[in-house]
Write a protein that binds this ligand. Structure first.
Ligand code: BJW
Ligand code: ZN
Length: 254
């Protein structure tokens, strides 16, 4: 049987991270699917990164939705159903604790995740770069609604105008919500410590926040099971599970 190696950073690495955090006036964070993996939300790339044999590119684009909205809605209804069974993990709570300690004016959490788990864990200032899975919006009129509780029809209709609804999330080839993006870019530019957690950092423009922080001289700490596209840019890479490493850092901060 194959037993994957369980990684955890060394004492030296953890102490270095704590030192960087202690010296930081402003912290910005970018999270990805990896922070929610320990809650039971599947990641996109790597093992299990397929849905009924479809890659994320085949279901998460406006073109896919135009071609086959029922298929795309089946995919999102399955994920909406899974979301109702999951809870935040210690990594989400640790990030909420960091915000508490630095206060919301000096701590900004940018997430690519659409699962709402950061807010559920108590994070207050969360910039949801790719939208939110529980929300729907009309493809024609201005209606946007939070519909967390139910499985929607395969072709759900707008209660206001009767046209097709879509998930209120950002697909490939679509723009990120402009105000949210501007706030995220500003937070990356103004921070002196940037944490990049549980993301493969291949999807733009979110991944460019790391470069932005680097450009202004911020120290960058990466927390990930593996090496990523941005590992070569970071000040310190901590390899292991975010649900174990983040609480350990909070504990050591005292
Ligand atoms: C753990 C762990 C544990 C696991 N602990 N770690 C060529 C070059 C540059 C850009 C482009 C290009 N071609 C196209 C583009 C643009 C495109 C893009 O970036 N494509 C790249 C793939 C190349 N970007 C866009 O289209 C964006 N819009 C845009 O650019 O607009 C301008 C424009 C307008 C018009 C025309 C063209 C451009 C929009 C991107 C939106 C992405 N949306 C998705 C789907 C959202 C809805 C949904 O969820 O269904 O967002 S894609 C998907 O990837 C999702 C995620 O938020 C996003 C990022 O993934 P993430 O979070 O990094 O997850 P994984 O699975 O990749 O990684 C998990 C990581 O966790 C791994 O590293 C593990 O090791 C780690 N891990 N367990 C710690 N326990
Ligand atoms: Zn409508």
């Amino acid at each position: 049987m194959h037993h994957p190696v369980e990684h955890f950073p060394t004492q030296e690495e953890l102490e270095k991270a704590v030192q960087i955090l202690r010296g930081a006036k402003r912290i910005a964070v970018l999270t990805g699917a990896g922070v929610s993996a320990e809650s039971g939300v599947p990641t996109f790339r790597g093992a299990g990164g397929l849905w009924e044999g479809h890659s994320i590119l085949e279901v998460a684009t406006p073109e896919a939705f135009e071609d086959n909205p029922a298929l795309v809605w089946r995919f999102y209804n399955a994920r909406r159903a899974n979301l109702r069974t999951v809870k935040p993990n210690p990594g989400h709570y640790a990030l909420a604790a960091l915000e508490e300690r630095w206060t919301s004016t000096h701590f900004t959490l940018c997430t690519q995740n659409i699962d709402g788990l950061h807010r559920a864990a108590g994070s207050r200032q969360v910039l949801e770069l790719h939208g939110r899975l529980t929300r729907v919006r009309c493809t024609v009129c201005t209606l946007i609604e939070d519909r967390p509780g139910e499985t929607l029809d395969e072709l759900p209709r707008c209660p206001q105008c009767g046209e097709l609804l879509r998930p209120d999330i950002v697909w490939f080839h679509e723009m990120l919500p402009a105000d949210v993006w501007l706030q995220a870019a500003l937070a990356a530019e103004e921070c002196d410590c940037f944490l990049v957690v549980g993301t493969s950092a291949v999807v733009y423009p979110a991944a460019s926040l790391v470069d932005l922080a680097r450009t202004v001289g911020a120290r960058v700490i990466e927390i990930n099971l593996d090496q990523t596209e941005v590992s070569h840019l970071v000040t310190l890479a901590l390899h292991g599970k975010s649900g174990e490493i983040l609480p350990e850092l909070v504990k050591r901060l005292g």
